[in-house]
Design a binder for this molecule. Sequence first.
Ligand code: ARG
Length: 499
Amino acid sequence: LWSGRFTAGITQDVLDYTHTTDVDERLVGYDIWGCLAHNIMLREQGIVQDEHARSIIGALLDLADDESRGTLKLDREHEDVHLNLESMVITRVGADAGGRMHTARSRNDQVMTATRLYLRDAIVEIAGELALFIQQLCERAEHEVAVIIPGYTHSQPAQPISLGFWLSAHASALLRDLRRLRDSYVVVDESPLGACALAGTSFPINRDSTRSYLGFATCLQHALDATSARDYLQQVVSALAILATNLTRLAEEIVVWSSHEYALLAVEDSFATGSSIMPQKKNPVVAELARARAGRVFGNLMQLLVITKGVALGYSCDLQEDKPMTWNSLDSIYSTIRLMRLQMAGIQVDAQRGVDLCYENFSTATDLTNYLVTAHELPFRTSHRVVGEIVSALTKQGFCLREADIVRRLLAERDIDASEAEIAHAVSPQRAVDRNTSVGGTSSDSVSATLQAILSANEALSQWFGSREAEVKAARQRTFKVARDFVGREPSVKDGVQA
Ligand code: ARG
């Protein structure tokens, strides 16, 4: 299509090296939508006459039908999705009409338009999965406030927490990821169409019209910036990289806590694999891979930053390398959230083991300390030392805080007169958890309040995504309706949906 000034075509090697048709597969439906919006506008503005516009738009609608039937195949000879579509239109309606569809446009604004259209849907899909996962974690947390497990700092036993408290901590972190997805959506949701190659155009285009057909919230006004910017992709992939990091922390806990040594939880058999040689093995491979997949997303982010770095403004072919790693990040994160969510539904926790560990690992030493401060009026620092000595003595003798009689004797040796019942009360892991009634603390009331806050924020964000999704769908339907009305065709149920 651009052969005018060339005397020879590119070699097969060059074509293999430069084409993007494989990567562009997922842009086809979006690029057709973008072409429709652009050509409806060209006609509205009188830039392309009705007769030609009718041919172009008719051909584009045929291509949309082919696409939804899965019969539209890109040919690598035509380099990318944009040149493929243009040559398909020209093949169908001839060059006199078809040759006008690219008026007042460039592949530089066209590709950013299709990419942004696709990304919006991809983000909504991931956000939907994430919101479901957050909701699932919260719902499970609500029912698990009485299941006690040790909480750790420095990977060492610290204080008892409930399973609900732990699950809601992950939900609380993932909620920020959902917000970051919303923020990155806002940056994506700007129309670059009409920026043309880099400088805008002398044709009397209407950028707000195409913006509206494509359901973009705003126009990205500056033509040179609109065609050069890749920071919005970096923002999306950064949000995904941070999300991946948060998921790995949950995955790590699942891996470690399901070991024989912790024996706190078990993943369902259907989320684990065995060993070809060791018959006893049950490997938590989904959690392991969720931990590892983050590596891909970090690598993708780094590639995206590096390929953009130092590229002077205005399109350079470097920038066409922006898509493979973006697609890969979206795919990796979507499947990781989904698998982590499905896995979490079947994770079994050994409640007795949790309590036993809390006794054996001295998780309630802080509670004994606080008890001496409140009931015996010891200064906190003195109480801390006394309990430290008791922990040391018990450890040497092979006992733990469950042996209230021995603890009573050790306290009595230090002139502190506490009954066994008082001590047992103080060091009970369940009571310890319920005592922390501060905002955001472990008590079941505190956890309930925290969960309410997370759930309502999750709900609000889901609604935000839902209403954007509905607006985008309506914009797409409107584009297709205007196009079909113009060429006198019946509407299709596929008009509002992406293939
Ligand atoms: N396939 C290209 C990309 O993905 C489209 C833009 C090409 N523009 C150009 N002037 N070569 O970035």
